[in-house]
Design a protein around this ligand. Structure first.
Ligand SMILES: N[C@@H](CCC(=O)N[C@@H](CS)C(=O)NCC(=O)O)C(=O)O
Length: 229
């Protein structure tokens, strides 16, 4: 078995997606936590591995380097899966998995990042307009989930790992998911049936939420203090 190092952080949704896939596959990862708040992703050692300085980043046998969580998940299934269940080779099924993965990357997770990023990193007030864009994406996802238990059909795929990671984080920071009935039923199913969801996904999402909520509350006061100086 190859040596698989994963640079990650538990609060990072894409890191948790990779952890969920590796749990489903039974693949052991040598976990290397990078503290993003302390800027550890900008260390010369890490920049030499990944000049884009993002996590998750996989390093296999100190020679094969891969970032972008969805690419890592599909690689792990192709290389280490006993079968293709988590990323089916059937072209139409795979196309549907890819659809959900790209929807997550380009719409759901992106809009969420556009909402939480300025609060998390710049201490700005949460934007109602950006939250509206997140809610619109959630409604689209609700429609995509119609008629089947999992993102694509009746079995868990890597699309579910990516979606579960971002949805858990949204739920933890208090984004209202209740207007989307199929989505809330889906998230309940993830909680009760997805291997590793409670152990891997929930603690990271809760730490994310604690930090997010503290940023939202503390920084306006800091700004007020600064303006009084
Ligand atoms: N599309 C990428 C997103 C990666 C990403 O934005 N990671 C964040 C943490 S969630 C990060 O590493 N931020 C630090 C940085 O870019 O400097 C993926 O799915 O892997």
């Amino acid at each position: 078995m190859a040596h698989l190092k994963l640079y990650y952080h538990p609060i990072s949704p894409p890191s948790r997606a990779v952890l969920l896939t590796s749990r489903a596959l039974g693949v052991d990862l040598d976990l290397r936590e990078l503290n993003l708040m302390a800027g550890e992703q900008f260390s010369p050692d890490f920049l030499a591995i990944n000049p884009q300085h993002c996590i998750p980043t996989l390093v296999e046998d100190d020679e094969f380097v891969l970032w972008e969580s969805r690419a890592i998940c599909s690689y792990l299934v192709g290389q280490y899966g006993e079968d293709d269940a988590l990323y089916p080779k059937d072209p139409k099924t795979r196309a549907k998995v890819d659809h959900l993965l790209y929807f997550d990357l380009g719409t759901l997770a992106l809009r969420f990042q556009q909402y939480e990023g300025p609060v998390f990193f710049q201490g700005e007030e949460p934007s109602e307009e950006k939250l509206g864009k997140v809610q619109e994406a959630l409604e689209w996802l609700d429609g995509l989930l119609a008629g089947h238990d999992w993102a694509v059909g009746d079995a868990i795929t890597i699309a579910d790992h990516s979606l579960a990671a971002v949805l858990a984080t949204m739920e933890a920071i208090g984004i209202d998911l209740t207007p989307h009935a199929k989505l809330t039923a889906y998230l309940d199913r993830c909680k009760s049936e997805m291997p590793g969801y409670m152990e891997i996904n929930v603690p990271g999402a809760e730490i994310f939420a604690a930090m997010f909520l503290a940023r939202g509350q503390n920084d306006p006061e800091e700004k007020e203090d600064e303006s009084n100086e």
